[in-house]
Ligand binder design. Structure first.
Ligand SMILES: *[C@@H]1O[C@H](CO)[C@@H](O)[C@H](O)[C@H]1NC(C)=O
Ligand SMILES: *[C@@H]1O[C@H](CO)[C@@H](O)[C@H](O)[C@H]1NC(C)=O
Ligand SMILES: *[C@@H]1O[C@H](CO)[C@@H](O)[C@H](O)[C@H]1NC(C)=O
Length: 368
């Protein structure tokens, strides 16, 4: 009787600890053309978890959401020997039926120079829009800067959210705001949390702007916030508190973003999310290593190809919701289960032993 739940748990354990579920990337740069050996098994799941995430840069509210860890390799030369050496990036995604929430967590000593984003950390998410948009070369349109247009690069559109620190106060909300959205473009004059689209690295524009004219129906659809574990949480930072913590403190960066699943885009400048379907995504990180300014192309990426992001419907299969609960919860219930089994076993054995010993004592006594 005990075997049944046990074998179920073993099955769940086998699914949970399947190496294909753990994000990892093996890649190397071959001399010559671009080469990428990405692990095709990587999938990120955005599960339905309404009402748990507050976009404030702090991540305690994510503790029961499972995520994927990725080594960060140079985006232009994905060689494992050149990986970002301070740690991995953890990526978690949930949705509440209306909005998608993203959390990016990266170990890194605190670096902040007010007004100079190249001396601060920075992150971006990139999503496929056009069916022919490749991860490599941001959509991979073959046109040059002066020839790319929404016609010549049709099908190569990628959606980018780029958050550059330097003006954004930790814990405050940036991105979508009424002043920039009234002008109909994807910029954010307050915090540099921009909604961008691209056809290749040289043809990148804020939503709404473009080589063949501007279209004021565009919007910045993202919001986000950041935090670092070395910051002291009090009632709220203001710009005068900059740089908010002392330089070089060991810790972890946290970035949180939200975006509606669907946007009002009609120009192929936003990826659209559908519950029950998947998107292709990647994430990037810029960091002023040894205090040196970063430059645009010198960034790390979680993979050298797209990663699938599944938007899981509410109440989808039991196993996937079990697999999505945090491994800590799983480990806890597993150990609880085994302690109950052990307790039952010890009670049974104890009872048998005591009956046996009573019998063992009793029989010789009777035999005497
Ligand atoms: C994508 O590429 C295929 C094959 O080259 C082509 O048939 C298709 O029309 C392209 N899609 C778009 C949206 O351009
Ligand atoms: C390209 O962009 C221009 C300016 O925004 C717009 O008028 C035109 O309809 C677009 N063409 C396509 C094919 O999307
Ligand atoms: C589009 O907007 C940008 C930024 O506001 C501006 O620099 C550019 O001249 C505009 N382009 C056209 C064709 O109006």
């Amino acid at each position: 009787m005990l075997l049944r739940p046990q074998s179920l748990l073993l099955l769940i354990a086998a699914v949970l600890f399947d190496p294909a579920r753990i994000g990892r990337v093996k890649s190397h740069q071959e001399s010559g053309p671009w080469h990428c050996d990405s692990d095709a098994g990587i999938r990120i799941q955005s599960v339905f978890r309404p009402g748990i995430i507050t976009v404030d840069g702090k991540v305690e509210d994510w503790k029961d959401v499972s995520g994927s860890d990725f080594a960060l390799l140079p985006a232009l030369d994905p060689d494992a020997d050149k990986a970002y050496n301070a740690g991995k990036m953890t990526l978690k995604v949930v949705h509440d039926g209306n909005e998608a929430f993203f959390m990016l967590q990266i170990d890194g000593n605190y670096a902040y120079t007010q007004g100079d984003s190249t001396k601060c950390a920075s992150v971006a998410l990139m999503l496929q829009i056009g069916e022919n948009a490749t991860y490599h070369r941001m959509g991979g349109c073959e046109e040059e800067q002066n020839t790319c247009t929404n016609k010549t690069c049709l099908g190569h559109e990628v959606d980018i959210m780029h958050f550059s620190l330097g003006n954004a106060i930790p814990g405050r909300l940036y991105g979508r705001n009424s002043i920039d959205n009234r002008q109909g473009y994807g910029g954010d004059r307050f915090g540099n949390l921009n909604d961008v689209y691209a056809w290749n690295p040289h043809c990148r524009y804020l939503d709404g702007l473009g080589p063949s004219g501007n279209d004021t129906t565009a919007q910045n659809d993202w919001q986000g916030s950041w935090w670092h574990s070395s910051l002291t949480d009090h009632s709220g930072f203001i710009k005068e508190n900059s740089p908010y913590a002392s330089e070089g403190q060991k810790g972890t960066y946290y970035f949180e973003f939200s975006r509606p699943l669907r946007t009002k885009d009609s120009l192929q400048q936003d990826a659209q999310f559908t519950i029950g379907k998947s998107n292709k995504v990647s994430a990037a990180f810029w960091y002023p290593e040894e205090g040196k300014s970063w430059h645009g192309s010198a960034h790390y990426s979680i993979s050298c190809d797209w990663i699938l992001l599944d938007f899981v419907p509410a109440g989808s299969s039991e196993l996937s919701s079990i697999a999505q609960s945090s491994s800590w919860n799983f480990a806890t219930s597993l150990s609880l289960f085994f302690s109950v089994v052990a307790l039952c076993l010890s009670m049974i054995i104890g009872h048998r032993l005591s009956t046996m010993s009573r019998t063992a004592n009793f029989i010789p006594m009777e035999n005497l």
